[in-house]
Design a protein around this ligand. Structure first.
Ligand SMILES: Nc1ncnc2c1ncn2[C@@H]1O[C@H](COP(=O)(O)OP(=O)(O)OP(=O)(O)O)[C@@H](O)[C@H]1O
Length: 257
């Protein structure tokens, strides 16, 4: 008698044999197979121009594949996007910036107030709802941008190098905030980064990409215990960085060091 296979984790998105050509003839992706599993923190790690942002846009439904299949199993309104720049409206208070996606979804200010305040509390900015963006530091602006993505309570958050423009100390703080937020909200996160260290610190899985046309060349299980006081100096963190670094070197056609 054959045993039934173990139940697989639910998937929010599935890419099979996905290629993407832009109108100018650029082949951004070639034959990409990738799953986004519920409740994971998936990092897309790869060199500049390898198609990481293209994958996010495909998952969000902002682009269509040129070939292959893409299946989405989340509601259209249940995805949040965080970009490298905070992209806040400078003329609007923090509250109204975070309210924006709820306003676009047709909610009144009064009805949305609790959700906006809760999202701001999640990023530690509940006291700044009446501030304007130019009164905030770069890290605080990014927190507002994250709160805006969280306000509609999406099941999936797509983050495109959100901390790349921040100094390292702020970046480390926001990395820790993000781990806490994921824990508190249960959201699935797909996170684009160039940083091996950031991918190793944050992720439960790292998909390593080749240079353009991008393909997934390695998937690294990164479910290391994050409870340690200082995970960044732990052997588990070092091992993850080494595995990701070696996969990236192989992808770049170099000898792994
Ligand atoms: N709308 C577009 N039209 C034409 N070419 C595009 C378009 N968007 C992206 N590309 C090209 O497709 C390739 C992949 O771009 P993409 O932004 O997805 O890569 P990336 O890995 O996110 O890059 P980076 O790490 O530098 O942000 C690049 O060569 C880029 O120039």
């Amino acid at each position: 008698m054959t045993q039934a296979p173990p139940p697989s984790l639910p998937q929010l998105a599935q890419l099979r044999g996905v290629s993407k050509f832009y109108e100018n003839g650029v082949e951004a992706l070639r034959d990409v197979d990738l799953d986004v599993r519920a409740e994971e923190f998936l990092a897309l790690l790869g060199p500049s121009g390898c198609g990481k942002s293209t994958i996010l846009r495909l998952i969000a439904g902002l682009e269509a594949p040129s070939a292959g299949t893409l299946t989405r199993s989340f509601a259209a309104g249940s995805v949040g996007f965080v970009f490298q720049e905070p992209t806040l409206m400078p003329w609007a208070k923090v509250f109204d910036n975070v309210f924006l996606p709820l306003r676009l979804a047709g909610q009144s200010r009064g009805k949305a107030a609790a959700a906006v305040e809760q999202a701001l509390a999640l990023v530690g900015l509940e006291a700044f709802q009446n501030a304007f963006p130019n009164e905030l530091s770069g890290g605080m602006k990014m927190r507002v941008s994250i709160a805006r993505a969280l306000a509609p309570r999406p099941s999936l958050i797509l983050m495109d190098e959100p901390f790349a423009a921040l100094d390292e100390i702020t970046r480390f703080q926001l990395n820790d905030d993000l781990l806490r937020l994921r824990h508190e909200t249960g959201a699935t996160i797909v996170f684009v980064t160039h940083s091996i260290f950031e991918a190793a610190y944050l992720s439960t899985r790292i998909a390593v990409m080749s240079p353009r046309p991008g393909r997934i060349v390695a998937e690294i299980d990164a479910e290391a215990p994050r409870g340690a006081e200082n995970f960044r100096s732990s052997p588990a963190f070092a091992a993850l960085c080494e595995a990701a670094s070696n996969a990236l070197h192989r992808a770049m056609g170099e000898e792994a060091s």
